[in-house]
Write a protein that binds this ligand. Structure first.
Ligand SMILES: NC(=O)c1ccc[n+]([C@@H]2O[C@H](COP(=O)([O-])OP(=O)(O)OC[C@H]3O[C@@H](n4cnc5c(N)ncnc54)[C@H](OP(=O)(O)O)[C@@H]3O)[C@@H](O)[C@H]2O)c1
Length: 349
């Protein structure tokens, strides 16, 4: 039942996976923070976001969506966007990516905000863990040797040792938002010299970034990079940003990290360069197709650390951050002021 003039907030965050599920305390905090004239509908039906796919909407959320003034969920499924009524003014996603339904709503004038930046700290830890493990050779004992208990130092001490110190390496961090900046800070603390790539270099260098360039400089920067970290959003401009031609510009022995979206990197070309020994290794959380098909050669390469789109998991801190961001945005929205970080449909993020 809706009361005329009443604004309805729909909270659709009962994630099936406990690490993402909204805790009772956060639900209570949202209810307690409702501005005057707002009613909160907390959807109790479970939702289950899988990688880039927004969860299939429950019957419960489909029923309430037509009256929503604001919607808070993990992404936005096309079927749910299609149920939005004329009252819908704001969509907030607990994920960082921007799907097509969100872009379409933004183009129609709905304010759309995301959790860009919110995952920066755990993801930067994940990047550092993967890269340091490769530089220091944690993958070098062959599986067969381990199973048989063979003590072999040759992979580290041989003439073609791939072992490196962080402080002798140069990194190219593509995307200098929340994630890129947090990665740069950590790498710089280890002595790695960091060059950053961002769409608007005039916005400057976050701490730890020695130099900032625009995307047009990629071809001249890649040959200088011992490590490239992809942390830019998927947009029309960034699709296949690292295609086969650009990956081949990396020096022999370089490492490729992708924490953004699979479509930014040409995966087959990456797998070929890894199989040929041209690249030292890769650290991948996202893939062109998710789930990564069992036939992908990446599964079976010891020099590839791969995780199933979970680099941002932080069971103890996610909701603390997400709740704080949501409540701040809700208060601003209710006060009629512009929301920081609202996506620009022309740019796609
Ligand atoms: N693996 C995961 O679970 C996971 C979790 C969170 C996020 N992500 C992905 O990572 C992306 C980045 O996340 P974030 O939180 O760091 O986002 P963010 O804070 O919005 O930062 C995006 C950065 O990318 C830059 N950028 C945009 N277009 C570019 C281009 N054409 N070339 C180079 N740089 C470009 C932006 O440049 P300006 O600063 O100049 O605008 C900005 O620095 C997200 O869009 C999402 O797809 C993945």
């Amino acid at each position: 039942v809706t009361v005329p003039g009443e604004a309805v907030l729909v909270v659709d965050c009962a994630e099936a996976q406990p690490a993402w599920r909204i805790p009772d305390a956060a639900v209570a905090a949202i209810r307690a923070s409702a501005p005057a004239g707002w009613r909160v509908h907390v959807v109790s039906a479970p939702t289950d976001a899988m990688g880039d796919a927004p969860p299939p909407p429950s019957d419960e959320v489909l029923a309430v969506m037509p009256v929503a003034r604001a919607y808070f969920g993990f992404g936005l499924a096309p079927a749910l966007a299609a149920r939005a009524g004329a009252a819908l003014a704001w969509v907030h996603s607990g994920t960082a990516g921007v799907g097509k339904p969100m872009l379409e709503l933004a183009a129609r004038g709905v304010t759309v905000t995301t959790s860009a930046g919110l995952y920066a700290e755990p993801i930067a830890d994940w990047v550092l863990a993967g890269v340091l493990a490769l530089w220091r050779g944690f993958d070098l004992l062959p599986a067969a040797g381990r199973a048989a208990g063979v003590w072999s130092r040759a992979p580290w001490t041989g003439a073609v040792s791939p072992v490196r110190e962080a402080a002798e390496c140069r990194a190219l961090v593509v995307g200098l938002g929340g994630i890129g900046a947090a990665v740069a800070r950590r790498l710089a603390a280890c002595g790695t010299v960091v060059t950053g790539v961002r769409r608007r270099p005039a916005l400057g260098s976050p701490a730890g970034v020695a130099r900032v360039v625009g995307p047009e400089a990629l071809d001249t920067e890649l040959p200088l990079a011992d490590l490239v970290v992809v942390a830019a959003p998927l947009t029309a401009q960034t699709k296949r940003l690292l295609d086969g031609r650009r990956l081949a510009l990396l020096p022999p022995g370089a490492i490729v990290v992708n924490v953004a979206r699979g479509a930014l990197v040409e995966e087959a070309a990456l797998a070929d360069l890894l199989a040929a020994g041209r690249l030292r290794g890769a650290v991948l959380d996202v893939f062109e197709r998710e789930p990564l098909p069992p036939a992908s050669p990446l599964w079976r390469m010891p020099q590839v650390w791969l995780t199933p789109h979970v680099a941002g998991v932080s069971p103890r801190r996610y909701w603390e951050r997400s709740l704080a961001r949501f409540l701040d945005l809700w208060a601003r929205h209710a006060a009629g002021v512009p929301l920081p970080g609202a996506i620009d449909p022309a740019e796609g993020y």
